[in-house]
Design a protein. Structure first.
Length: 277
């Protein structure tokens, strides 16, 4: 199985404001079979995702995966193509019309949010993802997603769009950037001309987790992206932790094991993929 990642520079502008990335898993080009099974780590994530996946009975399902407050470990077995569309933090409630807090650590059928048009979306995706040869062109997939998703945003109230834009600016301030460390929550609120309480309420509605929890998840995801044995003290400073013990405690809380054990492969027991969510 190969993973094709489509990121914002390759997305059309209308989709780029909503989607932070698309990951498509499909049979490898050489058609060699995957190993019988492997362990996949679902990182904690402050974003909501739209996922096309396969149910145990062999049928496909289209679900909304809410923000994940802790890591999940599951067994991956060879399967037909599947798809994850990761929304920008703060955009889920704009698309789905529901508070993001209702989605935290949940997997909900997309039809519950997108209504009847979700059926059309499923048919459009099915035409691509269930081709007999499993050959899915990313450009076709992006065009289908743009057609299906951007129409949902056109009838949203202006005030709701502005609130979502403010949350997007807040998430940018709270996340690290090249040459810049993330701002403290209080400083970010002040820069955006809102109180910490207002920012917390906005995050509850639009992201599903508090600003501080957003920062914790973001820090751990940054550590996972750069983690190497023997470099934890360096990582702790670069990620904004007070020290290595602070990193270790937060990593253990979100990942289930301390970073040293995780990097050594000593991880929690996995569960079947369909049990996630």
């Amino acid at each position: 199985m190969e993973i094709i990642a489509v990121r914002p520079p390759l997305l059309p502008p209308a989709l780029r404001t909503l989607v932070s990335g698309i990951d498509l898993a499909r049979p490898a080009a050489d058609r060699h079979p995957d190993p019988v099974e492997r362990i996949v780590v679902d990182q904690p994530d402050h974003a909501t995702s739209l996922v096309w996946r396969w149910a145990p009975d062999g049928r496909s399902e289209f679900v909304v995966l809410g923000p994940r407050t802790r890591a999940g470990y599951h067994l991956h077995r060879p399967a037909p193509p599947c798809l994850r569309v990761r929304l920008h933090p703060g955009r889920a409630h704009l698309l789905l019309g529901r508070p993001a807090r209702d989605l935290v650590d949940q997997a909900v059928p997309a039809r519950a949010f997108l209504g009847g048009p979700a059926d059309r979306f499923v048919r459009m995706l099915g035409g691509l993802l269930q081709r007999p040869d499993g050959d899915v062109e990313p450009t076709d997939l992006v065009a289908t997603l743009a057609e299906a998703l951007t129409g949902y945003l056109s009838d949203r109230p202006v005030a709701q769009v502005r609130q979502s834009d403010l949350v997007r600016r807040a998430t940018a301030l709270l996340s690290p950037a090249p040459g810049r460390r993330p701002e403290p929550v209080r400083a970010a609120a002040r820069r955006l001309h809102v109180s910490e309480r207002q920012l917390r309420n906005l995050f509850d509605e639009a992201v599903g987790v508090s600003p501080r929890h957003f920062v914790q998840i973001d820090r751990v995801r940054g550590v996972l992206a750069r983690a190497r044995p023997g470099r934890l003290a360096e990582l702790a400073d670069g990620a904004g932790y007070y020290d290595q013990s602070h990193l270790t405690a937060e990593f253990r809380r979100l990942m289930g094991v301390p970073p040293g054990a995780f990097l050594a492969g000593r991880r929690p027991a996995p569960v079947a993929c369909h049990q996630i969510g």
